[in-house]
Design a protein around this ligand. Structure first.
Ligand SMILES: *[C@@H]1O[C@H](CO)[C@@H](O)[C@H](O)[C@H]1NC(C)=O
Ligand SMILES: *[C@@H]1O[C@H](CO)[C@@H](O)[C@H](O)[C@H]1NC(C)=O
Length: 420
C-alpha cells in the first residue's frame, strides 16, 4: 500500500510546477450564457454516488445490465436508453452508441460532469441510445462466478482479454436487447486500444460497427511520454518485479481513501487543486489545459476504479517493443498460446471500420507520430485524423470546452456515416 501511495506522490510532485494554461478562449466560453444550465449541481455529493445513483439523481432513465464472460467475469453495463425531454418517447428505435472507458476508469467517465456537459447525457438528448461498458476488474465489474478480487488469479488479464472477450460479449448483448444490427463505438484511451484488439483478432466484429471514434488513441507507444508507463516499461516482462513496485494483481482500486482525498484535500484551494490535478496525471495526463478543476472531488470519487497490474505491464511491453502486439507471457507460455516465441502483432489490416482519431501532442499517451503509424497500418478505407488543440489526456472527458471542440463534431460525424 505504501508503495502505491509513494508512486502517486512522486508523480504528483514531479509535475506540480507544470503550468496549466487556461486560454482566454475558455474564459470567454464560460462567460457565455449557453454554458449555464449545465454541470453537476453538487460535486461533493456526486463524489459519493455511484453511476446508477447519479443517473437517477439527474432524472435520466437508467438500465443496469449484467453479462457473464465465457471465462467467468460478471460485467456491469449502464444504459441510458433515451433523453429526459424532447426525445422522451420510450420504445422508439435509436442508434446505439457504445462508450468504453480507459485504464483505471469506468462508465462514470461519461456522466460525472453532469447533464449538458457529460457525453453520455449529451448523446441521449441528441437521440442516441447510450450503452456504457465496464471492463473486468473495475469498480462495477468485480464479480466472477468463482474467483474474487482478493485472489491474484482474478487479476490475471490485460487489455487483450478486455478487447478479445469483454467487448464482444457486451456489444452482442446491447445489439440483442435493442434489436439494432450495428453500433457506433467511442473509446477513450484503453477503450480505444481494446477496440483495435477486438477488430483485429475477431474481424467479424467490423460488421457490427457503424463508426469508431478513438479519443486519445493508444496502440503504438514508441513516442509515449507518460513517465509512469515509461518507468515501468523496463520491468514489463516481470510481473513479480512490477508487483513489488505497483501492487499485487490489482493496482489503484477505487478506495474510500481517494474519495476522502478528493473531497477534503482537493476541495477548494487553488494550490491543493493544482496538486490534485497533477496526481490525476497518474491516470494518464498532464497539463490538461482544458480541465475543469472544480470537478476534482467528483473525479476522485470515481477514479481510479481498479485495473490489473497486467494492463500496465502490457502497455509497458508496447513501449519496450515499439510494436502493438499481444501480451508477452515469456517464451514457454508464448509457444503454448501463440505457437511462437514472441507474441504476434495485432493485424491492423483486419480493421476496416470507418474510424476517426482525435489526438493532441499535449497528451503524453497518444503522440501524433504514434497515431500516424496506427493510421497508416489500418485496413480501413475511411479513416480520418482530427487533431485537437492542446487537449490533455483527461480533457476528452472533463474539459470545460469539450462539447464544442469534440462532442459536437463526433455527433455530426456519426450522422454523416449513418446516412451513407
Ligand atoms: C466546472 O464544473 C462544476 C461542477 O460540475 C460547474 O459547477 C462549473 O460551472 C464548471 N466550471 C466551468 C468553468 O466550466
Ligand atoms: C493480416 O490480415 C490480412 C487481411 O486482412 C492478410 O492478408 C494478412 O496476411 C494478415 N497478415 C498476417 C501477418 O497475418
Amino acid at each position: 500500500m505504501s508503495g502505491r501511495i509513494l508512486l502517486l506522490l512522486v508523480v504528483g510532485v514531479t509535475i506540480v510546477s507544470a503550468e496549466s494554461p487556461q486560454s482566454d478562449y475558455i474564459d470567454e466560453l464560460v462567460r457565455t450564457e449557453r454554458y449555464s444550465q449545465r454541470f453537476s449541481n453538487d460535486v461533493k455529493e456526486d463524489a459519493k454516488l455511484d453511476v446508477p445513483e447519479l443517473i437517477i439523481k439527474y432524472k435520466y432513465p437508467l438500465e443496469v445490465h449484467e453479462v457473464t464472460t465465457p471465462d467467468g467475469y460478471i460485467l456491469q453495463m449502464h444504459r441510458i436508453p433515451h433523453g429526459r425531454d424532447k426525445n422522451n418517447v420510450p420504445g422508439t428505435k435509436r442508434p446505439v452508441v457504445f462508450l468504453m472507458h480507459g485504464l483505471l476508469c469506468s462508465s462514470a467517465d461519461w456522466i460525472i460532469s453532469g447533464p449538458g456537459s457529460a457525453f453520455g447525457y449529451i448523446l441521449v438528448e441528441e437521440g442516441f441510445d447510450v450503452w456504457m461498458g465496464n471492463a473486468r476488474g473495475n469498480y462495477y465489474s468485480r464479480n466472477h462466478v468463482e474467483l474474487n478480487p482478493d485472489n491474484t488469479d482474478f487479476w490475471d488479464f490485460s487489455w487483450d482479454e478486455i478487447g478479445n472477450i469483454d467487448l464482444p460479449i457486451m456489444i452482442d448483448y446491447a445489439l440483442a436487447v435493442t434489436g439494432n444490427e450495428k453500433i457506433h463505438y467511442v473509446g477513450h484511451s484503453q477503450g480505444s486500444t481494446a477496440f483495435l484488439v477486438l477488430c483485429s483478432l475477431r474481424p467479424e466484429y467490423n460488421d457490427k460497427i457503424i463508426s469508431m471514434h478513438s479519443f486519445s488513441p493508444v496502440a503504438f507507444m514508441a513516442h509515449n511520454e507518460s513517465p509512469v508507463l515509461n518507468a515501468i516499461a523496463p520491468f514489463a516482462n516481470s510481473i513479480k518485479i512490477l508487483a513489488s513496485l505497483i501492487g499485487i494483481g490489482e493496482i489503484l482500486p477505487n478506495t474510500l481513501l481517494l474519495t476522502w482525498a478528493g473531497q477534503i484535500f482537493c476541495k477548494d484551494h487553488a494550490i491543493t487543486q493544482e496538486i490534485c490535478s497533477n496526481i490525476l496525471f497518474a491516470v494518464g495526463g498532464w497539463n490538461d489545459a482544458h480541465l475543469n478543476t472544480t470537478m476534482i472531488p467528483v473525479i476522485f470519487g470515481h477514479t481510479p476504479a481498479g485495473s490489473s497490474v497486467k494492463q500496465f505491464a502490457h502497455y509497458g511491453q508496447s513501449i519496450a517493443s515499439k510494436e502493438f502486439r499481444r501480451y508477452d507471457h515469456g517464451i514457454v507460455k508464448n509457444i503454448r498460446l501463440y505457437g511462437r516465441r514472441s507474441p504476434p502483432k495485432y493485424n491492423l489490416s483486419n480493421i476496416v471500420v470507418p474510424i476517426f482519431f482525435y489526438y493532441s501532442d499535449n497528451d503524453p499517451l497518444s503522440q501524433s507520430k504514434d497515431v500516424y503509424r496506427l493510421y497508416e497500418e489500418l485496413g480501413s478505407e475511411s479513416k480520418v485524423l482530427l487533431p485537437l488543440p492542446s487537449f490533455g489526456h483527461l480533457d476528452y472527458l472533463w474539459g470545460i470546452d469539450v462539447k464544442p471542440l469534440l462532442y459536437d463534431t463526433v455527433i455530426q460525424l456519426m450522422g454523416v456515416v449513418e446516412d451513407q
